[in-house]
Ligand binder design. Structure first.
Ligand code: NAP
Length: 291
């Protein structure tokens, strides 16, 4: 079994981006990080994004609207960032408060600054195999992990568990693209799927994005398969100072005994998401600079 080391692959990508950004004279790429409210996971994700941006040399602008902000006012703030020439990329941290319709906010981001890739235009470009857009960061990170671990999806049966807009759907579309590294035969499963284990046992590559701790067991996996565990779940653990530990959507201890390659949690897909956000921000900067 080979561990797919997301920390190491993300560090390599960040070092490559740092070298690229160091070479930019004049204005550096800039990302606006918008966080509404104080959700603890969001606080730590935005902090991590800010820190990684600084490490690369990307300027970040942190915007913290109050949790009571109305949808109209939030969309107005997005419009201001769209119009701000010094901002290349805009990320609105999810989850947003319940009274905000996240989709409407994502759609309000100008497509050329939508570095999280969740707006209609950029998701549409994924479906059109069009590389000029921004692929949302977690799916892009999964594809980069596979590519940099020497996993070519061509001719492989890829089973994605989960159909969210954030992960399942876009990663399935990416695996399906008629492109080098992709070209997989893709099955998407969800909570309405019958005989899930029967389907996952046929997979050469399983991508689990379910949000249920250790849901995928050894008997759901074909020996020698590649397993990408996207899940990040907090489970209570009184032996830790934090009172919890992070586990994936796969039962790592048992699945890793039969998988050929597997991502750990933490240290698998998670670090890639931030690296791809930075990569998209540099891409947005380049595309805006040549205009
Ligand atoms: P989500 O929006 O809750 O979607 C979960 C998907 O799993 C849904 O499509 C759901 O089906 C499906 N599902 C739930 N129970 C199932 C079952 N018993 N059998 C089959 N399918 C089932 O979650 P998400 O945003 O995609 O995130 C998934 C996981 O990835 C979470 O643990 C999240 O924390 C993690 N995540 C990690 C990163 C990262 O950077 N590593 C980024 C994003 C998310 P239905 O559609 O039928 O409800």
């Amino acid at each position: 079994m080979e561990l797919i080391d997301g920390n190491q692959i993300a560090s390599t990508i960040i070092a490559e981006l740092k070298a690229e950004v160091t070479g930019i004279t004049g204005r550096k790429p800039c990302i606006a990080l918008v966080r509404v409210g104080e959700d603890p996971a969001s606080v730590s994700y935005v902090r991590k994004k800010e820190k990684t941006a600084a490490e690369i040399g990307i300027t970040s602008r942190i915007i913290l609207p109050p949790i009571t902000i109305s949808q109209t006012d939030l969309i107005r703030q997005v419009a201001d960032l769209n119009a701000d020439e010094s901002v290349d990329g805009i990320l609105i941290q999810s989850p947003m408060p319940k009274h905000i319709d996240e989709l409407l906010v994502f759609r309000a981001i100008a497509p050329e600054k939508d570095v999280d890739g969740l707006g209609t235009m950029n998701l549409g470009k994924v479906a059109q195999d069009d590389d000029t857009g921004f692929v949302s960061c977690t799916p892009a990170g999964i594809m980069a992990l596979l590519a940099r671990s020497g996993v070519d999806l061509k001719g492989k049966h890829v089973v994605v568990i989960g159909r969210s807009l954030l992960v399942g759907k876009p990663v399935a579309l990416l695996a399906l693209q008629k492109k080098a590294g992709a070209n997989g035969t893709v099955t998407i499963c969800h909570s309405g799927t019958s005989n899930l284990a029967e389907i996952t046992r046929q997979a050469d590559v399983v991508i689990a994005a379910i949000g249920r701790p250790e849901f995928v067991k050894q008997d759901m996996i074909k020996p020698g398969a590649v397993v990408i565990d996207v899940g990040i779940n907090r489970v209570p653990d009184e032996s830790r100072k934090s009172g919890y530990r992070l586990v994936g959507d796969c039962a790592f201890a048992e699945v890793s005994t039969i998988a050929d390659k597997i991502t750990p949690v933490p240290g698998g897909v998670g670090p890639m998401t931030v690296a791809m956000l930075m990569s998209n921000t540099v891409k947005a900067y380049r595309q805006r600079e040549v205009k």
